[in-house]
Design a protein around this ligand. Structure first.
Ligand code: MG
Length: 167
């Protein structure tokens, strides 16, 4: 029960998933951080699959269409776009509808490069883009243990969940 005279916040959860193929000749950007790497990810924007998964988790929590609806890959405006800007816009779309983000949690699945040394920088970038404190951004990285295309280094994927509340 809420305290007298106070309407309880409405909590909503959302899930996001994204995967992009690895390709030579593109910068690798994950969670808004550029990695020193001999390959990048294929895609219309900067192909930051982690940030895209977080965008979709937030949009899903709000009952909104996915990232492709807001930033179609047929629109030249998003060619090589910085996905941190897309994330900022997603947070703005939620705000317009009266939602604030409570916390995020995400898992990056990549065989290489080593993600751990950049985890803190990625968390800081994601916290900045969403306006959350660092402690409200969960981020882990794992390999796919050599299994499937991700395990062979042909793609990098990310899973994310987001909790939002009516503000
Ligand atoms: Mg994507």
């Amino acid at each position: 029960m809420s305290s007298v005279g106070k309407t309880p916040s409405m909590l909503r959860i959302g899930h996001g998933y994204d995967i992009h193929r690895t390709v030579p000749g593109r910068p690798l950007v994950l969670g808004g951080v550029r990695f020193d790497c001999d390959f990048g990810l294929d895609g219309h924007s900067d192909a930051d699959c982690l940030t895209h998964a977080i965008c979709d988790a937030l949009l899903g929590a709000a009952g909104l269409p996915d990232i492709g609806h807001f930033f179609p890959n047929t629109d030249p405006a998003w060619k090589n776009a910085d996905s941190q800007l897309l994330l900022r816009q997603v947070v703005g779309e939620l705000k317009k509808r009266g939602f604030a983000t409570v916390n995020l949690d995400a898992t990056l699945v990549a065989e290489r490069p080593k993600i751990a040394p950049q985890l803190a920088a990625m968390k800081a970038a994601l916290a900045s883009a969403t306006g959350l404190p660092m402690g409200a951004v969960g981020l882990k990285a794992t390999t796919n243990e050599g299994c499937d295309d991700i395990g062979r280094g042909l793609a990098i994927a990310a899973h994310a969940v987001a909790l939002i509340q009516s503000s």
